[in-house]
Each structure stands twice: as structure tokens, then as C-alpha cells.
Ligand binder design. Structure first.
Ligand code: PHE
Length: 457
């Protein structure tokens, strides 16, 4: 078998992992959750969740991947041969495949909106027209399919180039680009007239709004946003070299992810408040109905700024989604290449074919297949529910149990300290969290998300 590739630089490793973390979750969910759940109070709860839950889990995934230098399914097999722990890795591969199948559909929509923005199609539209444009587009058959396929193929072409020349090289281009775009957009948004209302709405802590379910949704958001629980970070860490500090890298990824999520808030709320709109919904409705309208109105006095702002915004969303789909694709590609002894290109082609196949059903579930529902959810909704609401927390819970209880403590410490190169006085606390705190907290997220907790109230 050919030698396994590694990321060539530390910054490449950080940017790739941060690219996985920064995605649609940062842009369409975090700002609204913050706005709805107590502004700065929510942000503080969220940061506490990242430190208490996100960091220990991320470090666990990192150490499992880096120690085994294998795809996520093989990693658990290597560390726990002959046990059922291998199913934790396999669940990750399954989850990545599922998430990719529906994430690719929305990612495709962002290309359509970038094209509309470039063609200046938003100019002069009323809010009702924006809603109509979106419904017409998302329920149509061919165009959403085309863009989904284009997006998956873009991901495919990065993946087939390999770890250094594909994932790392593109992360080094896309992440700085994302950062520059987001800074420009924040700059434009916060200098709008009345923008300060949006800023203070985001920053005013309202502790009265923070209750148990808010804490749980902050935890769930932290989890999804950091790409935890499904082997993405474990797979990427299998390309880290021996000198990469796992703790430092994890802190950097968490900081970048949180800063980008906050900045997305500073784009959305100041511009929306400046024209008296209070964005309430998250997800597609925010991205494809509310925001194009907000941008047009906010810069009504200078249509060319509205134009550039909209084009840059959809470019930002494409870039954020692309770095996430690359990481999802890699989980499955590396698994297939290594477990079925296939060349990387062939493994990637199978994965791409599979995603497109399931993606077709997810895409059509907004149109011709909208009649197929389970419990009121269309096919897309079912994929999202199974993958993000069930598989991610279940995966995360088992990863924390594995790292906390099963893994040899010496191996744990050695990996975290790079075999004695650095100090890590916090290892005991980490293990305590992984043993007792994280599994219980994640179980609560799971029960909350599937609605069991609300039944008890
Ligand atoms: N973290 C990504 C986001 O915020 C989503 C994601 C989840 C990506 C799991 C990969 C794995 O959108």
C-alpha cells in the first residue's frame, strides 16, 4: 500500500480542521440562536459548552486519529481490537455519508443564489417576491439537482487531489478568503445607519431567557458547529504529524469557529435592524428569503454596494459549506480506500456517486417527492433528523466513553503531551469530563432533540 499522506504544515492542519467546523451551522443557526436565547448570555453559555464539552471531545477525536494514523473505522479497531468499539468508527462513516447527502443540496442552492446575485436578480424585489423566488426554485426539479451535482463534484475534485495537494492546499486558499470576505461584510453591516441596535441586541445579556433547554440547545449547536461526533476530526487528525500539539490545535479550531459564528451575527443583525427587520427564522428561510431582501433594503441608497454585498455574501456561504463538505467526503473516501484497498480516486468516485444518488431524493423532496413524509418530515428532513439529531450525539457519547473509560491512560497522556515534549497538567480534568460529564450532557442533548425532555415538562 502506498505511504499515507500527512498535512505538510501546522497551519494547513489547523485551517483544514477549522474549515470542517466553519460551515452553514455558523452562518444560519448560531446568530439566530443567539438572538432568540438571550444575546450575550447565550454566547457565554455557548462558550462554556465549547470549553467544557467541545474541547475535551475534540481532543479525544484528535488523539484517536493521530495515534492510529488510520481512517475512523480502522482507528477504533486498532485501539480496541476484537471489540464492538469498531462500530463507533463505522457509525461515523455512515453519519458523514448521510450528512453529506443533504448538506450538498443546500450547498447547491447557495450556488444558485450566488448566480442570481451576480446577475443582479435581487434588485427591486419585494419581500413577497423573494419568498416566491425561493419556493419556485427549491420545488423545481432540474436546477437544484444540477447545482447539487456541481457542488458535490467541486468537493470531489479537491478530494481526488489528495491530502496535501487537495485538502490542505484548498483550505489554505479558502479559509483566508472566507476571513477576508467576512471582515468586509461585517465592516459594511455595522456602519449602516441604526446598525447599533442590531449590535446591542446581539450583545445585551438577557439572563432571564436562559433556561435548561437553552443550555441544551447551546450544547447541541456547539457539537454540530465543531463537527464533533462523526469522525471528521479523527480522520483529519490521522494526517497530523507527531509534532502537532493536539491541545493547541483544538483551542485554535474552537476559537476560529466561534469568532466566525459571532461575525456572521454581526453581518446579519446590524443590517436587518437597520431596516427594521427582526430576523427570526434560521435555516433556508433566513439564507434565501430574509437576507437577500435585507441586503437590498439596507443598501437601497447605493445599489452597487447592495450588489457587491450580496455576491460576496453568497460566495462566503459557498466557501464555508465547501470546506465542510470536503471534510465529510474525506471520512468516507479514506475509509473506502483503506478498508477496500482501492485507489483513492476510485474510492472518491464511489462516494461521490453515492452522495449524488441520495442527494437526488433529498433535493426532490422539496418538489415532486414532497408527498413522501414520515412524521411530517420530508426525505431531506428525515436525513437531517437521523444524522444530525441522532447519529451525531450517539457517536459523540460513545467517543467520550471510549476516550474516558476504555483508552489506556498512558496512551492518552502521551498523545496529549506529544510523548513528553510538552506539559498537560489538565489531563486528569479531561478524563474526568470524558468519563462523567460529557456522556451525561450529550445524553441530555439527545433526549432534548428528539423531544423526550419536553414530554417530561
Ligand atoms: N460544522 C459544520 C457546520 O457548522 C457542519 C458539519 C458537521 C461538518 C459535521 C462536518 C461534520 O456547518
Amino acid at each position: 500500500m502506498s505511504k499515507r499522506e500527512n498535512f505538510g504544515t501546522k497551519i494547513g492542519a489547523v485551517l483544514a480542521a477549522a474549515g470542517s467546523a466553519v460551515g452553514l451551522g455558523n452562518i444560519w443557526r448560531f446568530p439566530i440562536e443567539t438572538g432568540k436565547n438571550g444575546g450575550a448570555a447565550f454566547i457565554l453559555v455557548y462558550i462554556a459548552c465549547i470549553i467544557l464539552l467541545g474541547l475535551p471531545l475534540m481532543m479525544s477525536e484528535f488523539l484517536i486519529g493521530r495515534n492510529t494514523q488510520a481512517n475512523t473505522a480502522r482507528a477504533y479497531q486498532k485501539l480496541a481490537p476484537g471489540t464492538s468499539w469498531k462500530w463507533v468508527g463505522r457509525l461515523g462513516v455512515f453519519t458523514a455519508f448521510f450528512i453529506m447527502s443533504y448538506y450538498g443540496v443546500i450547498a447547491g442552492w447557495t450556488i444558485e443564489y450566488a448566480v442570481l446575485a451576480i446577475g443582479n436578480q435581487f434588485a427591486g424585489k419585494t419581500p413577497a417576491e423573494f419568498a416566491q423566488v425561493f419556493t419556485d426554485f427549491s420545488s423545481s426539479t432540474w436546477l437544484p439537482l444540477l447545482w447539487m451535482v456541481v457542488f458535490v463534484l467541486m468537493t470531489h475534485f479537491v478530494i481526488v487531489k489528495g491530502v496535501t495537494k487537495g485538502i490542505e492546499r484548498w483550505s489554505k486558499v479558502l479559509m483566508p478568503m472566507l476571513f477576508i470576505i467576512i471582515m468586509i461584510l461585517v465592516g459594511c453591516s455595522v456602519t449602516l445607519p441604526n446598525a447599533s441596535e442590531g449590535v446591542s441586541f446581539l450583545l445585551k445579556p438577557e439572563w432571564s431567557k436562559v433556561d435548561g433547554s437553552v443550555v441544551l440547545s447551546a450544547m447541541g449547536q456547539a457539537f454540530f458547529s465543531l463537527s464533533l461526533g462523526m469522525g471528521c476530526l479523527c480522520t483529519y487528525a490521522s494526517y497530523f504529524d507527531k509534532n502537532t500539539s493536539l491541545g493547541k490545535t483544538a483551542v485554535q479550531v474552537c476559537v476560529i469557529d466561534t469568532i466566525i459564528a459571532l461575525m456572521a451575527g454581526f453581518i446579519i443583525f446590524p443590517s436587518a435592524f437597520s431596516v427594521g427587520i427582526r430576523p427570526e427564522e434560521s435555516g433556508p428561510a433566513l439564507l434565501f428569503i430574509t437576507l437577500p431582501n435585507v441586503f437590498q433594503q439596507a443598501f437601497a441608497g447605493a445599489p452597487w454596494i447592495a450588489y457587491i454585498f450580496s455576491v460576496m455574501f453568497y460566495l462566503l456561504v459557498i466557501v464555508a459549506a465547501l470546506t465542510s463538505t470536503i471534510s465529510l467526503h474525506e471520512v468516507v473516501t479514506s475509509y473506502m480506500a483503506e478498508e477496500f484497498h482501492m485507489p483513492r480516486k476510485k474510492a472518491a468516485a464511489w462516494e461521490t456517486g453515492g452522495i449524488i444518488f441520495f442527494g437526488i431524493f433529498c433535493s426532490l423532496s422539496f418538489g415532486v417527492l414532497s408527498g413522501i413524509t414520515v412524521g411530517g418530515e420530508n426525505i431531506f428532513g428525515i436525513f437531517d433528523w437521523v444524522a444530525a439529531k441522532i447519529c451525531l450525539p450517539v457517536g459523540g457519547m460513545f467517543i467520550s466513553l471510549f476516550a474516558g473509560w476504555y483508552l489506556d491512560k498512558k496512551l492518552f497522556r502521551d498523545e496529549i503531551t506529544n510523548y513528553g515534549e510538552s506539559r498537560a497538567p489538565y489531563v486528569k480534568i479531561l478524563i474526568f469530563i470524558l468519563r462523567y460529564v460529557a456522556p451525561v450532557a450529550i445524553l441530555a442533548i439527545l433526549l432534548n432533540e428528539i423531544g423526550v425532555l419536553s414530554l417530561l415538562n
